[in-house]
Ligand binder design. Structure first.
Ligand code: PGA
Length: 286
């Protein structure tokens, strides 16, 4: 019996060594499903380490997490967090800073210890190379990221790893692409300064996470999603590097999935996974 169960556990591990594509009706379902993954980690592990993202896409997820916290279902007391990126030399009080974004959307509304929330900052006068290495070290000391939340840029970027980023990159300074600057310009007032440089976790840093949870919603992401999932593996689409990751979950709404050829297969594979999970319990190696 034990042997039989172990065999199944192995199968489950094998089944999970891949990119798992889950297509849901809309952005709200994506956020709800993502919140379940985060809640499971936090409730299961004593000292969870979350990788966090900014942007439009994760806002609904953070609302779900805040709701769960306020309903008494989720405590961030023992959680450590590492954000993907931050503008270079930006003041934390600046409303455009990602520290400000995180406080507004999550940190100020839950019981997380803010001294255990980290962003890859590089203030004026600091050396970006030293700061990048220090960030990598801090992640390592915390035990590594258990679950990394990701969005995807319309150009296939993850974090601020723009097309042509090295697949082996680590936390460093990066010049934002024209497309990213254009996509994000909606967030800046007409005469407001828009930073063009940022510190970002590298692609190799992201691939180190035990689990990656990437969310994409809306038609504008459909092309990047297709390139990420069906390849080729290329520095021109940094998200395609996730094909090399053993435990990536991709949560899509129908619009973001619309350019995928194999939508029915993904649905079928997801149903199979759910069936196995129901029968044998979840296997997650946090
Ligand atoms: P968005 O950004 O969620 O604002 O679309 C995603 C990203 O650039 O990673």
């Amino acid at each position: 019996m034990f042997y039989y169960k172990a065999l199944w556990d192995n199968n489950i591990i094998l089944l999970r060594k891949k990119m798992q594509i889950i297509i849901l009706d809309d952005a709200q379902q994506v956020a709800k499903n993502a919140a379940e993954w985060v809640a499971e980690l936090i409730n299961k592990k004593y000292n969870p380490v979350l990788g966090l993202a900014t942007g439009n896409t994760p806002i609904r997820l953070y609302q779900q997490l805040v709701n769960k916290h306020q309903a008494g279902q989720l405590s961030f007391k023992n959680t450590t967090s590492f954000n993907l990126d931050e503008y270079l030399g930006i003041d934390v009080k600046n409303e455009q800073s990602y520290r400000y974004f995180m406080s507004e959307n999550l940190f100020d509304h839950v019981d997380i210890d803010k001294s255990k929330t980290f962003l890859p900052t590089c203030n004026q006068g600091e050396n970006p190379r030293v700061q990048g290495l220090a960030y990598e070290e801090k992640i390592k000391q915390a035990g590594g990221v258990d679950l990394q939340i990701l969005g995807i840029g319309a150009n296939g970027h993850i974090g601020f790893n723009e097309p042509t980023s090295s697949l082996a990159s680590r936390t460093r300074i990066k010049t934002l692409s024209q497309q990213t600057l254009h996509d994000n310009s909606r967030l800046f007032k007409q005469d407001e300064f828009q930073p063009t440089l940022a510190m970002t976790m590298g692609i190799a840093t992201i691939l180190d996470a035990r689990y990656v949870l990437l969310m994409a919603t809306g038609k504008k992401k459909a092309q990047a999603v297709k390139a990420m999932i069906t390849g080729p593996l290329s520095a021109m689409c940094p998200a395609s590097s996730l094909q090399m990751h053993e435990n990536t979950i991709v949560l899509l709404d129908k619009a973001a999935a619309s350019k995928l050829d194999d939508q029915e297969y993904y649905q079928w594979a997801h149903d199979q996974n759910m069936m196995i999970n129901q029968k044998f319990g979840l296997y997650r190696n946090y």
